[in-house]
Design a protein around this ligand. Structure first.
Ligand code: ATP
Ligand code: MN
Length: 461
């Protein structure tokens, strides 16, 4: 029976026979002996396989090259080398798949991340992406565990939606109409009544509105699914398809919301440090010597809680020259957010009470008539990692805001009804899963923390 390399290395049972399978990272040796570094993805560590050339057909050993896939049976032994504590002395060898050295692109170590993006079908075989994918898994699992342990229900919200409430013009349209010959209305515009759903539909930018409906019945829910934004942001922090975690809680005000956000992020980062330490150590050494320090920094400091107005004051008084100048009413840019976190407060920062004009219609309106109870959580290196708010639960105020913004009230009738029937104070936030992974892995580009990134002009693989 095959054993995963991680298990084999965990409790090395010297002198016993084992069967392992995996992909060859390197092969070296001479005419008497071959050393193969084998990896099966269960851990960042390879196992060294030692083959006595005399025991095998030369032909079969020649097929073992970087990238090939093999099965080895043999005896586990202490290794005389100082690179590894144990090695497998192979007695039987099977080659599942060869990898022609003239064509296999991952011959040497140290390919650039940009190059690896072009071979996203093979990059899971590198140390870096193995680490990223294992951490991605661990974080997904931790998210479900965190909420399940606290009585939150996992809610599946629709991917295809007919409401465009957040970002007009930032949505991907979903249609089955013939683009060359669409049915037209009398005024020449496309007749979406003829489309599959009988109306205009798009890919969702957030599950929040539907999440609220469930929270106003189940009390505490969360979503964890893909979201889509057609914003043409070619930045290292934006994807066109990304995953978002959106908890929504009845009877939570903005302070409860902040407590949850801080506790949740702390839990996830601690979980990564406990369960992914080998992968984190690798990433720390390869890409970002400050990674571990930065993770600890978020655990050891209570987050600073300030209002938007205070943040603007701090930024103006800093005398710092920002690319985007700051004044009350402008949206904070990443450079501002990072200044607050890294230079001024030197801890993660939670900013609340934003001007209503730069935030979404559903945020709870403050009595000053100017600000709303929005919440952004700002992290070192990343800037905004979470966006959330207390929601407006007052039917009349919400409806007035929808009208002020000329949003399609008739499409939001179901959302408004929750405020007519048994409304309740409630709050929630959205954590961008890949922003979290950027932070936890220390990598610099969000395209490198998702298996197959979608961004402007790229939907390969
Ligand atoms: P930003 O200002 O950085 O574009 P946003 O204000 O548009 O973010 P929200 O609409 O509040 O973001 O979305 C909630 C969270 O989803 C953000 O805090 C961020 O973590 C993540 N997020 C938003 N847009 C993207 C994107 N294009 N790619 C990856 N993650 C994103
Ligand atoms: Mn955005």
């Amino acid at each position: 029976m095959r054993i995963r390399i991680k298990e084999l290395l965990k409790n090395p049972d010297l002198g016993k026979e084992f069967e392992i399978s995996g992909w060859v990272r390197t092969k070296r040796g001479n005419k008497n002996i071959a050393f193969i570094a084998l990896n099966d993805g269960s851990t960042i560590h390879n196992i060294q396989v030692v083959l006595n050339m005399a025991d095998f057909e030369e032909e079969i050993i020649r097929k073992v090259t970087t990238g090939s896939c093999i099965k080895v049976e043999g005896v586990l032994a202490a290794s005389p080398g100082k690179e590894q504590p144990v090695e497998l002395h192979g007695s039987r060898l099977h080659v599942y798949g060869t990898a022609d050295p003239d064509h296999y692109p991952l011959q040497k170590k140290g390919h650039s991340l940009e190059f690896l993006r072009e071979i996203a079908h093979l990059r899971p075989r590198t140390n870096t992406f193995g680490a990223v994918l294992r951490i991605r898994h661990a974080m997904s699992f931790a998210i479900h565990k965190y909420f399940n342990d606290r009585g939150f229900y996992y809610l599946h919200t629709p991917i295809i939606t007919a409401s465009d409430c957040e970002g007009a013009g930032e949505m991907f349209r979903v249609t089955t109409l013939d683009l060359k010959n669409p049915p037209l209305l009398e005024d020449g515009s496309v007749d979406f009544g003829e489309d599959f759903f009988g109306r205009e539909t798009s890919l969702t930018v957030s599950g929040q509105l539907e999440g609220e409906l469930a929270a106003l019945a189940l009390s505490n829910i969360y979503t964890f699914g893909p979201t889509f934004r057609a914003e043409n942001s070619n930045t290292p922090r934006h994807l066109a398809e990304f995953w978002m975690i959106e908890p929504e809680m009845a009877f939570y005000d903005i302070h409860d919301n902040m407590d949850l956000a801080e506790d949740f992020l702390g839990y996830l980062i601690r979980y990564a440090m406990e369960h992914c330490s080998d992968d984190l150590k690798f990433l720390n050494n390869m890409y970002d010597r400050d990674l571990m320090g930065r993770l600890e920094f978020t655990l050891n400091n209570k987050y600073e809680r300030i209002t938007y107005s205070r943040a603007v004051e701090v930024l103006i008084q800093s005398g710092e020259k920002f690319e985007y100048p700051v004044s009350w009413g402008v949206d904070l840019q990443t450079e501002h957010e990072r200044y607050l976190v890294e230079r001024h407060y030197r801890k993660p920062v939670m900013v609340t009470d934003y001007p209503k004009d730069i935030k979404a219609f559903y945020m709870k309106q403050n009595d000053d008539g100017k600000t709303v109870r929005g919440l952004d959580v700002l992290f070192p290196k990343i800037g905004e990692i979470i966006g959330g708010s207390q929601r407006e639960e007052d039917y009349h105020k919400l409806r007035r805001r929808i009208q002020e913004l000329s949003l399609p009230e008739k499409d939001l009738w179901w959302y408004l009804e929750t405020r007519r029937f048994g409304t309740a104070p409630h709050s929630g936030f959205g954590l961008g899963f890949e922003r979290l992974l950027l932070f936890v892995t220390g990598l610099g580009n969000i395209r490198d923390v998702i298996p197959f990134p979608r961004f402007p002009k790229n939907a390969n693989f």
